[in-house]
Design a protein around this ligand. Structure first.
Ligand code: NAD
Ligand code: DAU
Length: 345
């Protein structure tokens, strides 16, 4: 196959490019705009593989897509490219609409026009909104997104459905829970907490810290996406999850223990507006249809992840020394959105 991976310089995309080069004979073309979240260092070594090509470009650029899809005889698309951080979508929703919604629509149109045979849309469990203390999301749970990010992903996800229903375009959608692992941008919970702990900075826990996420090691997600590409039923939606629910506060404490740092570093800060309380995924369908199940248990995955961030300190220090500083102040500085103690009303 000639696979176009969009967003392949980001966290999951770069892990996916590596996964494909390691586990298949396919050719991989990586189209990525290199926004703040895209980083070619995530792909170090891949450029030596003759089956790999990187193209810097925008999924909203029709001309580029038209040329690239034909020039590379692309028959399959795996679509990761997106604005992916919920907190940024609270600060500025617009780019989430142009990239995630319009970008997906343009990509679908051009892929269809170019005769692409298989298109995987990497959606998210956040399209379902928030759970109470009981139950798990199934593929037929109603879509009830709560953040601009989640709403933009739900729109893109539904556009895929529409392209299947209206045009018979063979789209497969995956909706995965929270990923963790190497190359995750240090604005996200786990790498942010590791980096802050190592630098002796406060660890900002939103609200009461009792929100629950279902964590999945990134390579298990990549395997699910790849199965969806090769064996997924056109028009189907597959939930993907770790079966591993954890409260944020417990996770942060676990990280501090592993890093041998004091729990006193934890700082409760103002909550995220519209903060989803709990996610939990029922991944029975992808298990029954394609035999997928997580293979990396949380203790192993977390240890691997912590070790990676310890060994790759220059990778995240470089990121945190640049434009990231302004973002951090805007979020966590004295006048930032998450300033103040959440428990003091
Ligand atoms: P990320 O922010 O690390 O990477 C996104 C990548 O997309 C970056 O390399 C960026 O440069 C690129 N990009 C952004 N706008 C682009 C554009 N207009 N054209 C081309 N490239 C562009 O994100 P991630 O965490 O790796 O997530 C990847 C995908 O998986 C997203 O679609 C996200 O919604 C989805 N997802 C993520 C998780 C998670 O836990 N991180 C879970 C489920 C689903
Ligand atoms: O569920 C899948 C989603 O997981 C993906 O679609 C998103 O792209 C991805 O970013 C992730 O979204 P979350 O909002 O769940 O991830 P984040 O790492 O931002 O936050 C995880 C939890 O930790 C959430 O409850 C908010 C909390 N949090 C986060 C940060 C950055 C804190 O308490 N403090 C923080 O500083």
């Amino acid at each position: 196959m000639n696979i176009l991976v969009t967003g392949g310089a980001g966290f999951i995309g770069s892990n996916h490019v590596r996964y494909l080069l390691r586990n298949s004979d396919d050719r991989v073309v990586n189209l990525d705009l290199l926004t703040y979240a895209g980083n070619l260092e995530n792909l170090a070594g891949c450029e030596d593989d003759p089956r790999y090509r990187f193209v810097r470009g925008d999924i909203r650029d029709r001309e580029l897509l038209r040329t690239l899809l034909r020039q590379e005889a692309i028959d399959s698309v795996v679509h990761f490219a997106a604005e992916s951080h919920v907190d940024r979508s609270v600060e500025g929703p617009e780019v989430f609409i142009t990239t995630n919604v319009l970008g997906t629509e343009i990509l679908l149109e051009e892929a269809r026009a170019a005769g692409v045979q298989r298109f995987v849309m990497v959606s998210t469990d956040e399209v379902y909104g928030s759970l109470g203390s009981e139950g798990r999301f199934t593929e037929s749970s109603p879509l009830a997104p709560n953040s601009p990010y989640a709403a933009s992903k739900a729109s893109a996800d539904l556009l895929c459905r529409a392209f299947f229903k209206t045009f018979g375009f063979p789209v497969v959608v995956t909706r995965c829970s929270n990923n963790y692992g190497p190359y995750q941008f240090p604005e996200k919970l786990i790498p942010l907490m590791i980096a802050n702990a190592l630098e002796g900075k406060p660890l900002p826990v939103y609200g009461d810290g009792l929100q629950v996420r279902d964590w999945l090691y990134v390579e298990d997600h990549c395997r699910a996406v790849d199965l969806a590409l090769r064996r997924g039923r056109p028009g189907a939606v597959y939930n993907v999850g770790g079966g591993n629910e954890m409260r944020n506060l417990d996770l942060v404490r676990l990280l501090l223990d592993r890093l041998e740092r004091s729990h006193d570093l934890i700082k409760f800060v103002a909550d995220r507006p519209g903060h989803d309380r709990r996610y939990a995924i029922d991944a029975a369908y992808i298990g029954a249809e394609m035999g997928w199940a997580p293979t990396v248990d949380f203790a192993t995955g977390l240890a691997r992840t912590v070790d990676w961030y310890l060994a790759q300190r220059p990778w995240w220090e470089k990121i945190r020394s640049g434009a990231y500083t302004a973002y951090y102040d805007q979020m966590y500085g004295p006048a930032g959105r998450h300033a103040g103690d959440a428990r003091v009303q």
